[in-house]
Design a protein around this ligand. Structure first.
Ligand code: TRP
Length: 479
């Protein structure tokens, strides 16, 4: 990794987000469950980097990007929660770092449009991800663009907005993402060229609107091999999920493929996936000891036991924190909303200046009436309510009741409180579509009993969603 302190500090006064620090930013697409490869390759180094005094870190859940790959609302909701809980449980200091959801920063889609209008279509035609999709269609004798959404095509512009909106200098990413950072530079440069003077007049600055970001790929962080020795990746189905219980972690580790050398026979560390995984968790001294043990013919079973113990020592404490957080989705939500508020203190004034620079100035903001609306929505009647409780059987339950206390939905018992939170989240997602929204309907089956007219449930869900939305709008930073 290029050393951050070698950077020329002329960078630091660019844009309206003026500060003396180097800004590092990266996004995590919320379409899956974190695994050990994500932890070693991205999360652990990012959290370490965020502790540096001379760096400002922006880490966010790229949930708009997730929609491009995944059309299952329940899976998106679950992944957002899991990934947020992961970063928090692993000790990301959110007082220091900016930690937020992409979809909570309403200026990101706004900026996306401003950037879309300066992006040449030809640039997007050359995107690897789009070209690969076209190539597959051609190979299958399909129409070039069969099954390709405009979302996939526009992916690089949304990503450019993510990066440019906070004027990030450095973007740590995997090699597959380098082209996207180059496109963000191109798009940013084009905007600077077209609107730089206007922006300087509006913002009374000498600087360009956008910093041109650089991709940072870290060669020191090894890519972790998976169970079968290929790179650990969801697409190879060879991952070890990060938050398995100790028992399941051990089971997964026993599944790591090794050669057939017997106990007592010397073993190779070179090319051994077991050794590579061990090394990613161990100190240099521990790795050296393991190297000796390999030469001395340690049995594979024993080596796996040692690997398990090493990983478990690192993850046991954060695992408890993770499980506790997953049981309190409201707390996760609060921290994400606080993160969004802090991030929007930067993005809102910046995008306001950008809008003005392109000729879209406005003195009228959408500010202000939120609290009144909440009242109006629920009128004099009390709003519907979720009730969560625990029964003597030790299981966790919830029900939905309307303003008069009439029962609308009754859940079955769940083993863990976070399951209650997730089902409620799924129901909230269904909203006015209850009880149908794609795969979420299936997930609901057998878990909730409908105790009233579907229409009544639907109305209650819509009211709750509106109240939630209004509350959120009330909290938002005004540009
Ligand atoms: N596209 C990135 C990935 O799939 C995720 C991402 C979205 C991102 N926006 C970003 C990464 C901005 C860095 C900066 O890995």
């Amino acid at each position: 990794m290029e050393r951050l302190d070698s950077l020329n500090c002329a960078f630091c006064s660019t844009g309206s987000t003026m500060t003396n620090k180097i800004r590092t930013l990266t996004g995590i697409t919320t379409s899956g469950t974190p695994h050990l490869g994500n932890y070693v390759g991205a999360i652990r180094p990012a959290i370490e980097a965020s502790r540096r005094e001379d760096v400002e870190s922006f880490y966010f859940l790229a949930d708009y990007h997730a929609l491009i790959k995944c059309e299952d609302p329940a899976r998106i909701a679950r992944s957002r929660l899991e990934i947020a809980a992961t970063w928090l449980a692993l000790g990301l200091d959110t007082d220091r770092a900016f930690f937020y959801r992409q979809s909570d920063i309403t200026e990101i889609p706004e900026l996306t449009w401003l950037l879309t209008c300066v992006t040449s279509k030809g640039l997007l035609n050359r995107s690897h991800a789009y070209k690969a999709a076209v190539d597959r269609n051609v190979a299958d004798n399909e129409d070039d663009d069969a099954g390709i959404t405009a979302g996939l095509f526009m992916y690089p512009v949304l990503m450019a907005a993510d990066i440019l909106i906070f004027n990030a200098h450095r973007v740590p990413v995997g090699r597959d993402q380098i082209q996207h950072i180059e496109m963000a530079r191109d798009i940013g440069q084009r905007f600077n060229h077209l609107y730089g003077d206007a922006y300087r007049a509006v913002a009374r600055t000498e600087a360009d609107p956008f910093v041109l970001p650089e991709a940072v790929t870290d060669d020191n962080v090894a890519t972790l091999p998976g169970l079968d020795g290929r790179k650990m990746s969801k697409s190879y189905n060879n991952t070890i999920p990060l938050w398995l219980s100790a028992k399941d972690l051990k089971k997964a580790i026993l599944g790591i493929v090794t050669d057939s050398r017997a106990p007592g026979e010397a073993k190779e560390t070179e090319g051994s996936n077991l050794f590579a995984i061990y090394q990613a968790f161990a100190s240099p001294a521990e790795s050296a000891a393991m190297r000796h043990a390999f030469a001395d013919g340690i049995a594979w079973g024993e080596a796996k036991q040692k690997l398990f113990e090493r990983i478990d020592a690192e993850l046991a404490e954060p695992r408890d924190k993770y499980n506790a957080l997953m049981g309190k989705p409201d707390e996760i939500e609060d921290r994400l909303l606080a993160g969004a508020k802090k991030a929007r203190e930067r993005s809102a004034p910046f995008v306001a200046a950008l809008r003005e620079s392109v000729g879209l100035s406005s003195r009228v903001t959408a500010a202000g009436h939120a609290p009144k609306r909440v009242q109006a929505l629920s009128g004099n009647a009390a709003p519907p309510q979720w009730k969560r409780y625990r029964e003597k059987d030790g299981l966790f339950y919830f029900k939905l009741v309307d303003g008069e206390g009439a029962l609308l939905l009754q859940s079955q018992g769940f083993g863990r409180p976070d399951e209650v939170g997730l089902v409620i989240a799924e129901l909230m997602l269904m909203g006015g579509h209850f009880p149908h929204v794609g795969a979420a309907t299936l997930a609901m089956e057998g878990r909730v009993e409908i105790c009233a007219e579907t229409e009544a449930v639907r109305n209650a869900l819509v009211t709750l969603a509106e109240i939630e939305k209004e509350k959120r709008a009330a909290k938002e930073v005004q540009p």
